[in-house]
Design a protein around this ligand. Structure first.
Ligand code: MN
Length: 253
């Protein structure tokens, strides 16, 4: 079985970290082949690492004792994890990467955090490459809004209006962004193959939008979030379970 969670935003005041600890406890004795932390697990944009660590001692200790194979896919809010992995290199406890491919019972799955979809569809003229530089910088800055605008000025030759538009969009929480539904359109379209590097037989698992969904033929799924921010409670604490090659979108109560 493969278990996937994303967008815990540990460190952010609205993170449902207690629920996630209960979730880990519940799955502690279940046989899981892979536990995938699909990005935005830590919220370095909003919180210094010291605070994240002290506030989530139990979760971190639980993760370090789990026997499941853990994969950490970098999100935009924890992009810095890629630097940490580089610094500690072979000794790092998790496998850290931007993308991951896994098989389960003959079915193929492609995992990514999913900021790429938002950049491609709604944040032009930003490129994925620039957005990653920006995400790394945001993990190390204290003034989020100033950081966004400053970065756009420094790296893009665009008008004041474009800077304002992109800044305005990026400072909102994902579920409130005006064009976030476009991400869904791209995810379920044939465009996902050339634009996201998917192979024709691969199923897509991503997060980032904080809007959990699964399409009808169960080939594209969004893991949702563990942040207490959406208008409806039923959307909280979602995760994806893959067993016998089949994707299930679930909610932890
Ligand atoms: Mn994200």
């Amino acid at each position: 079985m493969i278990l996937v969670v994303s967008d815990l935003h540990l460190g952010y005041k609205k993170s449902n970290h207690e629920d996630f600890l209960n979730f880990l406890n519940e799955y502690e004795n279940v046989k899981i082949d892979h536990l995938i932390l699909l990005g935005d697990i830590f919220d370095f944009w909003r919180c210094r690492s010291k605070k994240i660590i002290t506030e989530n001692e139990e979760i971190l200790s639980k993760l370090s004792t789990l026997t499941h194979k853990i994969h950490y896919i970098a999100g935009n809010h924890d992009y810095y994890i890629l630097n940490l992995k580089g610094i500690f290199n072979g000794n790092y406890p998790f496998k850290v990467s931007k993308y991951l491919r896994l098989d389960d019972h003959g079915e193929k799955f492609y995992f990514m955090h999913g900021y790429e979809l938002e950049v491609l569809f709604t944040l032009d003229p930003l490129t994925i490459d620039l957005y990653e530089k920006f995400s790394e910088k945001m993990c190390l800055t204290e003034n989020i809004i100033g950081g966004i605008a400053g970065f756009l000025w420094d790296f893009l030759e665009i008008s004041r209006r474009s800077v304002d538009r992109v800044t305005e969009e990026m400072k909102k929480n994902p579920q409130n962004r005006r064009k976030i539904c476009k991400v869904y359109e791209l995810a379920v379209s044939q465009g996902r193959y050339p634009l996201l590097g998917l192979k024709p037989d691969e199923k897509l698992v991503f997060g980032h939008t904080h809007r959990p969904f699964i399409n009808n033929d169960k080939t594209v799924v969004n893991t949702g979030s563990w942040v207490d921010e959406l208008p409806s409670k039923e959307y909280h604490n979602s995760y994806v379970e893959i067993s016998k090659g089949e994707i299930k979108l679930k909610f932890f109560k």
